[in-house]
Design a protein around this ligand. Structure first.
Ligand code: NAD
Ligand code: GLY
Length: 401
């Protein structure tokens, strides 16, 4: 498939149908796309939300695009980082929008990663009870996941996504060339989500990633894969899958849960390693291996399932085992370790305890997404704690350095 051609996905939801455009270099066509697609009555102003890092790399692109539009505009640049997805920043944006006299028919553009997309989406969904919203995602996470499907959120007192809405965007424009400036840690973040789509919905995605990784001859394999034009086809496939799942279950009461494969383990790992030692994607990557082991140990999947993951991780130089050190570093940094190292057993117990606070757990039951094989997910309720224990332990490397 020629990925230099414009790909269009027609996303359909209960409240809105909208288009997702994907093409390398699409940033240069933004003014035409907006005017041709949105054909907005009474559209006078653009309010663009971004972050400082994106601004420092793409400020010229943003300015050129805004200057070409026959509308007045203003932009708001957050500092970068998860903590910026706050109710305080949402208030600052509302106040600035009021000052700019933004109306319901005007448009908010989220230009950046998932943090920018989530907070700009939240503000757009609530300002004047809903103002037009366009997403221009610039990270891999945002391109394949967060910009699609209408989940918006802000964090409150370190509780992630504590307050949010379902609010579908009016348009999404994806230019994979934005990804060339991503640091490796952010590529891993997004690659974990891409691998998740392959594991849960379409085994071919995993085969394609492997093929691309093998064909990288020098330099960083992750960067090589990301800049291969065949990877744009994978982005397109992931976006189609996400749009399909959201169409079936917009409000996340059924099959949309499948998008959380590996995430119950991952969230617990993020919480227990704390202090930014493990980013979300790395945690999900380890979480998927734990879910694969839980599938095997509970007899749902064959032993060969795990290798499908470890082969890809090894090709992409993504770690397979989570080092016990990371838990101890976290404890010591937080001043709670008192130089007493955690044993593997104690770390596993902490992870299980942490999972018990996950929203998918109630006091009596738990719910996991496991795999019969790649592409064949199953919901499993009340997974035995012994299975959980072994699945987690298998994926922690016990040496204390
Ligand atoms: P992010 O928005 O924090 O971006 C990661 C980093 O990359 C930031 O430092 C950012 O400044 C930088 N960056 C962005 N684009 C860049 C580019 N092209 N080149 C170089 N650097 C760039 O993180 P993210 O991973 O994109 O998103 C994570 C957020 O998304 C979390 O808050 C998470 O809760 C949310 N999320 C939401 C959904 C949803 O459905 N709404 C789904 C998944 C994740
Ligand atoms: N990223 C999970 C969802 O959109 O449901």
């Amino acid at each position: 498939m020629n990925m230099d051609k414009l790909r269009v996905i027609n996303a359909k939801t209960l409240n809105r149908d909208y288009k997702i455009f994907i093409k390398p270099g699409l940033r240069l066509e933004l003014p035409e796309i907006i005017q041709d697609t949105l054909k907005l009555k009474g559209f006078e102003k653009i309010y663009l939300v971004t972050d400082n890092t994106v601004m420092s790399i793409y400020g010229e692109t943003i300015n050129k695009f805004l200057e070409k539009m026959p509308f007045s505009y203003r932009f708001f640049a957050l500092k970068q980082g998860e903590e910026q997805k706050s109710i305080d920043n949402a208030k600052k944006i509302y106040e600035d929008m009021l000052d700019f006299n933004l109306h319901r028919n005007d448009i908010v553009i989220a230009f950046g990663g998932g943090v920018v997309g989530d907070i700009a989406g939240f503000v757009a969904s609530t300002f004047h009870r809903g103002i037009r919203l366009m997403q221009i995602p610039t990270t891999l996470v945002a391109q394949v996941d967060s910009s699609i499907g209408g989940k918006t959120a802000v964090n409150i007192n370190n509780v992630k996504n504590a307050v949010g809405t379902f609010y579908q965007p009016h348009l999404i424009v994806i230019d994979p060339l934005f990804l060339v400036t991503l640091p490796e840690s952010e590529i891993i973040n997004g690659m974990a989500e891409v691998i998740k789509y392959g594991a849960v919905f379409n085994k071919n995605i995993l085969l394609c990633i492997k093929e691309l990784a093998v064909s990288v001859k020098s330099g960083s394999v992750l960067k090589g894969v990301l800049s291969d034009t065949r990877f744009y086809e994978i982005i397109h496939k992931c976006c189609k899958l996400k749009a399909m799942v959201v169409k079936k279950d917009e409000y996340d009461t059924g099959c949309r849960n499948l998008l959380n494969f590996g995430h119950t383990f991952g969230h617990a790992l993020e919480k227990e390693t704390g202090l930014n030692l493990l980013n979300h994607g790395q945690a999900v990557a380890h979480g998927m291996l734990m879910a694969a082991d839980a599938s095997i140990i509970s007899g749902i999947a064959k032993v060969s399932l795990k290798k499908i993951f470890t082969d890809i991780y090894s090709l992409l130089n993504m770690p397979e085992k989570l080092s016990l050190n990371i838990f101890n570093q976290s404890l010591n940094k937080a001043g709670k370790g008192m130089n007493k190292d955690l044993s593997t057993e104690a770390a596993v117990k902490k992870i299980i305890q942490s999972m018990e606070f996950d929203k998918k757990f109630s006091s009596k039951s738990n719910k996991f997404i496991l795999l019969k094989e790649a592409g064949k997910p199953v919901f499993v309720y009340n997974l035995d704690k012994g299975i959980l224990y072994d699945a987690i332990k298998n994926n922690i490397s016990g040496e204390i350095k």
